[in-house]
Design a protein around this ligand. Structure first.
Ligand code: ASP
Length: 454
């Protein structure tokens, strides 16, 4: 049996819901369906989740909220109308929104309750539509599905005991339509994953029911070897390992949430990325192992929005506890770090800009200077990270050289190289301004040149 997850663009309007229903209908193995909230219908449109967050914020701040309310309810009304579903479903969704508004709840719980409405409504609409088409489809609330979570400041995390509970879903008759993105804590309040988290729900359900395959339907034919906004018509990737996908989605490959890989990986369930708008395309498979002789490098990912803190102190290597004290300062300032390459007398800590407010930056620099007696502490902003990803890279002679030569050719200065513990990627820190040039040159070196030779 299969778990199929449909993202926001796959459910953006009634026509998309119809495509989704066709896909479900075309394969009887698609028994568990996980859905996102309706996403954008076109570039300048709004995602329902974003609108719900705006509605929540303005309502909770006693500001004008009506326009958000109307836009959201109109979107649902139109979808329900165009699918020819009963008006009572629209009333039900509207009542859910009204109830969340008036219910006395702590702020974070109230915000989560608003955020959950998008996915919850998508699941109700899709299950009703499947029934209209004569299929046996039922809406299954995440609580009944057994998705138990604990809150975390970066988004909820699954409680391990959930999986046993989810397994029982296999006994349910017909097609189960489950809203993505949220679950419940032990005390019954709604908790949401980080943004884009319906992928995580899909993966959890796939792991829980021990599915044969987790299909993740989105709006591209496959995962591309590089961002198509930077390189035109890049090579499509047929097969990837979990580890490769993890590295790629960490650094900007937004087709699949990086947290979503873990449940599928642990349960050994293959994942297939497919296109709702072109379901016959074969898509990209994510599996435990692949024959890696063919392409050592499968993809080049990149992301901007990083800063680095450079710390140097003579004889740092001999100072007991230096690293611990440094990371303790970060912990106390509630800043998590991404990477920390080090030299003999120096260390660089890479941090996402979203973590580092001006205030925190000042405090951290001051504390490192004072408490660690560092010789130099400097912050460098507007960094971009590039990950050249591929299993077996470490064993391939000359790969790093190809990469550095490509960057050199593009006149890109390398601020940092890291091929530390990860066996599947080589990471470069460069100035964000140089990013497109760097990526194009790397792509040429690893993909175009390689192809020319074969
Ligand atoms: N609707 C949520 C978001 O926009 C979750 C998802 O679509 O996966 O972040």
């Amino acid at each position: 049996m299969k778990v199929a997850k449909f993202g926001g663009s796959s459910l953006a309007d009634a026509n998309q819901f119809k495509k989704v229903a066709d896909i479900i209908k075309s394969d009887a193995k698609r028994k568990f369906i996980v859905v996102s909230a309706p996403g954008k219908r076109h570039e300048h449109d709004f995602k329902i989740t974003d609108l719900l967050i705006e509605l929540a914020k303005s309502y909770m701040a006693n500001e004008k909220y009506k326009s958000y309310y109307i836009t959201i309810t109109d979107r649902f009304s139109q979808i329900i109308d165009e699918l020819g579903l009963d008006k009572s479903l629209y009333e039900e969704i509207k009542t859910t929104i009204d109830d969340v508004m008036v219910k006395e709840l702590p702020d974070d719980e109230k915000l989560n309750s608003f955020k959950a409405i998008g996915e919850d409504s998508s699941a109700k609409i899709l299950s009703a539509y499947l029934r209209k088409l004569g299929l046996k489809g039922s809406y299954v609330n995440p609580k009944d599905a057994g998705i138990m979570l604990k809150n975390d400041r970066f988004g909820a995390q699954l409680l391990p005991e959930s999986l046993e509970q989810i397994y029982k879903l296999r006994e349910k008759d017909g097609i189960c339509v489950i809203p993505g993105f949220f679950g419940f804590t032990k005390n019954g309040s709604i908790a949401t994953f980080s943004r884009g988290g319906s992928d995580i729900t899909g993966s959890i359900i796939a792991a829980g029911v021990k599915a044969d395959l987790y299909e993740n339907f989105t709006d591209v034919d496959s995962v591309y070897s590089v961002n198509p906004n930077i390189v035109e018509n890049p090579k499509e990737i047929d097969v990837l390992t979990y580890r490769e996908m993890r590295e790629l989605s960490y650094a900007g490959f937004s087709v699949f949430h990086d947290e979503a890989l873990i449940p599928a990986f642990e349960a050994g369930i293959p994942v297939c990325i497919k296109n709702t708008n072109n379901p016959d395309a074969k898509g990209t498979m994510i599996v435990s192992e692949r024959k890696n002789e063919e392409n050592r490098v499968v993809g080049i990912a990149s992301d901007t929005g990083f800063s680095s803190i450079y710390i140097s102190k003579y004889l740092m290597n001999r100072e007991l506890g230096f690293g611990r004290k440094l990371f303790q300062i970060l912990e106390e300032e509630e800043v998590s770090f991404e990477h920390a390459p080090s030299g003999i007398d120096d260390m660089t800590v890479i941090i996402r800009d979203s973590q580092l407010t001006d205030n925190k930056e000042e405090t951290i620099v001051r504390r490192i200077k004072e408490e660690l007696q560092a010789d130099t502490v400097s912050v460098h902003q507007k960094l971009a990270l590039i990950m050249v990803v591929g299993e077996g890279m470490k064993e391939t002679i000359g790969l790093a050289q190809t990469a550095t030569a490509a960057l050199g050719e593009a006149k890109v200065n390398i601020e940092m190289i890291n091929q530390g513990s990860s066996e599947v990627s080589l990471m470069f820190g460069i100035k964000a301004n140089d990013l497109h040039r760097a990526i194009r040159s790397l792509y040429k070196a690893f993909f175009e040149f390689e192809n020319d030779r074969t």
